[in-house]
Design a binder for this molecule. Structure first.
Ligand code: NAD
Length: 332
């Protein structure tokens, strides 16, 4: 069994819905500890470990993590401040909004050029954004960063499940991902909802980025809080193609997001159809438990992939890998 000792020193960049959930997921872990967190106004850092409750209390009050007593600072460039102190960080989870598409890839490039050495994981969703990440492979190899792209739920957990399911078949015909997400209010996951709106007919990334919060609310109101997403530009396609599982045009992703109730409107499934070596056509289905939240299904895999990335580093593997290339490792 692979055990991380001493614990991996983790930074969470972004303290919104996913960032806060990530901190909660980390809190009871023995193999990882939270040493740094940033939001758009400031950062908090303690190489010995931050007190998660203090940070989460500030988030609940909508105060910046930079106001955390003794460990926080309000600064103009919180990501730059974390980078300057990154010698005390082993693993980074990028829980930042990705609007425009280039934002997270550019942030990663900045960390690579700025001298960070460690593991990085993201929960990127868009195909175009993940393709930009793959382009950074030579730079990240050179910088000795081990990066796992698309390490959330979809892409992430469900993409990995598709790769696993594919192994029963000689040829893979299709991968269909359909997700159900229930959240009690959109404000808890602003970037997620804004990015989902960008997938709706008549919208794009640029348009969604420019919408005011009031416009987002009005759009949600028009749809009774429900976003129905079909044929999304979702990176499960490029990730599975690059992993050699199936051509990207055979992968479809859609789902329903209810922004007014934590109950999932529909179960989340990954269905892979293929033909076995005996010529039998069949479908493997992977269904997430309805009680599991989006946050649990994103942040669990994120740290599982971070642990796997750390192990790969110890073997000298650097560069950009995806959630379908690597099996996540359970974090104790
Ligand atoms: P959010 O809007 O709730 O929070 C974003 C956080 O980032 C805030 O704390 C904000 O202050 C901070 N931030 C913004 N700009 C910053 C900057 N320049 N420097 C430092 N901090 C900055 O976002 P969210 O809903 O938690 O979503 C985060 C990301 O996770 C989104 O890109 C979303 O698409 C992605 N996501 C992925 C999956 C998946 O399964 N792959 C699922 C859900 C969400």
């Amino acid at each position: 069994m692979i055990r991380l000792s001493p614990p991996l020193r983790v930074a969470v960049l972004g303290a919104g819905g996913l960032g806060q959930a990530a901190m909660r997921v980390l809190a009871p872990k023995e193999e990882m500890k939270l040493v740094a967190v940033a939001d758009s106004r400031g950062f908090a850092m303690d190489p010995e470990g931050l007190d998660t409750e203090t940070i989460l209390d500030l988030c609940a009050k909508r105060a910046s993590v930079g106001t955390a007593p003794g460990v926080g600072q309000l600064v103009d460039d919180p990501l730059g401040a974390i980078l300057e102190r990154s010698e005390a960080i082993d693993g980074i989870f990028l829980a930042l909004p990705n609007l425009p598409n280039e934002f997270i890839p550019q942030t990663v490039e900045r960390f690579a050029r700025g001298g960070f050495r460690g593991v990085m994981v993201d929960a990127l969703k868009r195909t175009a954004a993940v393709e930009l990440m793959f382009e950074l492979d030579p730079l990240l190899r050179q910088a000795q960063i081990t990066y796992i792209v698309g390490a959330g739920a979809t892409p992430g957990l469900l993409t990995a499940a598709a790769n696993l399911a594919a192994q029963s078949y000689q040829t893979v015909e299709s991968v269909e991902i359909y997700f159900g997400v229930g959240i009690s209010n959109w404000e808890a996951y602003r970037a997620t909802i804004r990015e989902d709106i960008a997938h709706l007919p008549g919208f794009d990334v640029e348009k969604a980025r420019k919408m005011t919060d009031e416009e987002i609310e009005a759009e949600l109101e028009r749809r009774n809080g429900i976003l129905e997403l079909v044929n999304m530009e979702h990176a499960d396609d490029v990730i599975l193609e690059r992993a050699g599982v199936v051509d990207r045009d055979r992968v479809t992703v859609g789902g329903i997001v209810d922004t007014r109730s934590p109950k999932k409107p529909v179960s989340t499934t990954m269905r892979l159809t293929g033909v076995t070596f005996e010529g039998k056509r069949s479908t493997h289905t992977f269904t997430l438990g309805d009680e599991t939240s989006m946050a649990a299904n994103v942040c669990g895999p994120v740290f599982g992939y971070m642990k796997a990335g750390w192990w790969l580093r110890s073997l000298g593997a650097y560069g950009v890998l995806s959630s379908a290339n690597v099996m996540p490792q359970f974090v104790r």
